[in-house]
Design a binder for this molecule. Structure first.
Ligand code: TXA
Ligand code: MG
Length: 318
């Protein structure tokens, strides 16, 4: 059931059930982070391998002490700058966090979401919420309640409706090696914005294909339809044998007889706007009557780097 009723969500969570949770990045599949049985339900629903840990959502920066320990000063600097917001910190976990949440690691991923409904909900419960993105493992992330419903239907007793996720792509995941800051997963907070606060950071596996965070697995965020990505859309179209093409374009409209459906993410050419529209456009293309999806790379700067990363993973076939 899609609803705006926060009390209904609280009731389900208190019973150990899983709900659809709106956040500013993407929707999550949320359950009581302290309750192993609830967490198992999340892994089962999502068909997610148990080696892939979850993010724990907390109500405020102060609450971080309940779940993490030995927190580096630089982590607080980042949390103060960007929480609530699309920044996930990898910190040393406290005993209380069940192993299933962290896939047996001694670190835990944590963030304060910047969404009024998520924050109100967190105020009304006395536990944090473990939540991966609310999509089956490997498929396109959800940015509205209907996306979540189309994946999970009535198996979720409550999907909280928090309108469209404003950032539109996942949080940026940051870990620490002593006082060094390392980006584990590129996301809606850009590297440049982080560097304004803490100086130079590393991006893990920047030029390497092997996964570090499972969000970095090669095939992820993927449509059902065969999906291609190119730097030269005109050339791709001139060589394409398919007659029904769905196009995902950053800012320009392309005319070509084979294009049956076209999604332009930001006519004014703004990467932040493009990110907000990205997954919803992919969902529409995947549902449309086209044979293949073709996307053009984004300008490789700011959040465009994260979008290009998602595109590559959406298109890779194993
Ligand atoms: O924006 C987001 O981050 C959304 C919303 C719902 O908050 N959540 C999300 O969760 O994207 P998920 O499960 O789709 O991705 C979580 C990522 C995975 O790539 C996982 O491997 C990584 O976080 N992760 C979790 N705990 C970790 C840890 N202790 N060390 C390294 N990576 C971790
Ligand atoms: Mg995900």
């Amino acid at each position: 059931m899609i609803t705006k009723n926060i009390s209904a969500a609280v009731k389900e969570l208190n019973k150990g059930n899983i709900i659809g949770l709106p956040t500013e990045t993407v929707y999550g599949l949320a359950g009581n982070a302290w309750d192993e049985e609830a967490i198992k339900k999340i892994f089962n629903l999502k068909k997610r391998p148990l080696y892939n840990p979850l993010i724990v959502h907390i109500k405020s920066i102060d609450y971080v002490h309940e779940i993490a320990t030995d927190i580096p000063d630089i982590a607080f600097k980042l949390a103060n700058a960007f929480w609530p917001g699309p920044l996930t910190l990898i910190l040393n976990k406290k005993e209380i966090v069940p192993d299933i949440v962290t896939a047996g690691k001694d670190t835990v991923a944590v963030r304060v979401p910047n969404h009024p409904i998520a924050l109100s909900l967190l105020q009304e419960i006395d536990f944090p919420l473990a939540a991966p993105s609310a999509n089956p493992f490997g498929s396109i992330s959800p940015t509205n309640a209907n996306h979540v419903y189309s994946y999970f239907k009535e198996t979720l007793p409550v999907i909280l409706d928090g309108d469209v996720s404003k950032s539109g792509i996942e949080s940026t995941i940051v870990g620490f090696d002593k006082e060094d800051v390392i980006i584990y997963r590129l996301g809606s907070l850009s590297r440049e914005t982080i560097e304004e606060v803490v100086g130079k950071v590393k991006v893990l596996n920047e030029d390497n294909e092997s996964p570090i965070a499972p969000g970095m697995l090669s095939r992820h965020y993927a449509p059902e339809k065969d999906t291609f990505v190119t730097n030269d859309i005109v050339k791709f179209l001139s060589e394409a044998t398919s007659k029904k093409i769905g196009l995902l374009s950053f800012n320009e409209e392309i005319e070509h007889p084979s294009i049956m459906h076209q999604e332009i993410l930001s006519k004014s050419g703004h990467l932040v706007e493009a990110a907000a529209n990205f997954y919803a456009a992919l969902h529409r293309l995947d549902k449309s009557n086209v044979d293949i999806i073709v996307a053009s790379y984004f300008p490789h700067k700011g959040i465009g780097i994260a979008l290009n990363d998602k595109l590559k993973r959406a298109t890779k076939k194993e």
